[in-house]
Design a protein around this ligand. Structure first.
Ligand code: ZN
Length: 315
């Protein structure tokens, strides 16, 4: 599959603009970096079905003690606990798109962080209808929130959360630690869906989100240190689909808006990244698909370092 031929003009233009923007290092001053940027894979499995062996794909960046969480599938708050990330340090949440394996615990992680002592601002970034989802979540859980404010003396929760709906590619936010840039990726029928790039002073890290091979993602990821890319092991999809009831077009769906491990390697090579991390693995729990098989597939077209992502791996 030639990734260069599967892109519409709008996405290409957005991607090209981002390619120019991300060439500039941010913040640029090594003095601003007090501790090395850490990337922890909180979950590495693709799909919303709860599994024994891996959580839904999510990751956290820790920069100078501040937590930047990317995606919030089932159990993400507990994965943060396993990763020894204090929940009150949660500062920014980025959602790539609104599939349940990426957003099921979006409200829960904020709510549970608050019960763990969070009393400072949280900014949430992601596609519409994030604003409405946030409002309805707080409404749904008014009883517990009000009770804890009255009974435990907690600060009101809703005013802490500031929602920013992301509708196009480009710079999303920047603070003293990092600049974040988004690119529209290809995950129809879920539109918009985004990949995000994080430029800290010591490292650049790109999270693909869910996407078929995307030129805008290649532009976003140019020369990044790390690209965390979703990956599908195509020969195993038939077995996977056979085990799932109530989803008659699942195979076509999986194949049409995801990326094979081989193509993830192509994307990484075209972007010139140093390290490709395979995550959002589909299938997530097929023991016949070994790390070596994932690795060999990704290396077909990529000369850099390949890492097969596992839950709680730090990179
Ligand atoms: Zn998805």
């Amino acid at each position: 599959m030639n990734v260069g031929t599967r892109i519409d003009r709008r996405e290409f233009l957005v991607g090209a603009a981002q390619g120019a923007a991300v060439a500039v290092c941010w913040p640029g001053s090594a003095a601003a970096q007090r501790t090395p940027t850490r990337l922890v894979l909180l979950g590495t499995g693709g799909g919303p079905r709860p599994r024994k062996t891996s959580s839904a794909a999510a990751q956290v960046l820790l920069i100078n003690g501040v937590a930047y969480l990317i995606d919030c599938g089932d159990g993400v708050a507990r994965q943060l606990a396993f990763a020894n990330v204090p929940l009150p340090t949660l500062r920014h949440i980025f959602l790539t798109h609104h599939h349940s394996d990426h957003n099921a615990d979006y409200g829960n992680v904020i709510w549970l962080a608050w019960t763990s002592g969070l009393r400072t601002r949280v900014d949430a970034w992601g596609p519409p209808p994030l604003e409405r989802m946030t409002k309805l979540f707080f409404e749904m859980n008014t009883y517990d929130i009000k009770t804890r404010i009255a009974d435990e003396g907690r600060v009101p929760l809703a005013p802490l959360v500031h929602v920013h709906e992301v509708t196009r590619g480009g710079v999303v936010m920047q603070d003293e630690n990092v600049k974040v840039t988004a690119a529209l990726v290809r995950h129809a029928p879920v539109v918009p869906a985004f990949g995000y790039r994080f430029d800290a002073s010591d490292r650049s890290i790109v999270i693909s989100g869910d996407t078929s091979p995307s030129d805008s993602l290649i532009a976003l990821a140019q020369r990044a240190d790390i690209l965390v890319h979703e990956a599908l092991y195509a020969p195993a999809v038939d077995r996977l689909v056979a085990g799932v009831a109530n989803a008659t077009t699942l195979k076509e769906s999986i194949l049409s808006h995801h990326t094979t491990a081989e193509d993830a390697g192509r994307v990484a090579q075209a972007a010139g990244v140093k390290t490709l991390v395979l995550s959002h693995l589909v299938p997530a729990d097929d023991p016949t698909v070994t790390d070596q098989m994932w690795m060999d597939a990704a290396r077909t077209h990529f000369n850099g370092t390949v890492v097969v992502g596992r839950d709680l791996m730090e990179i």
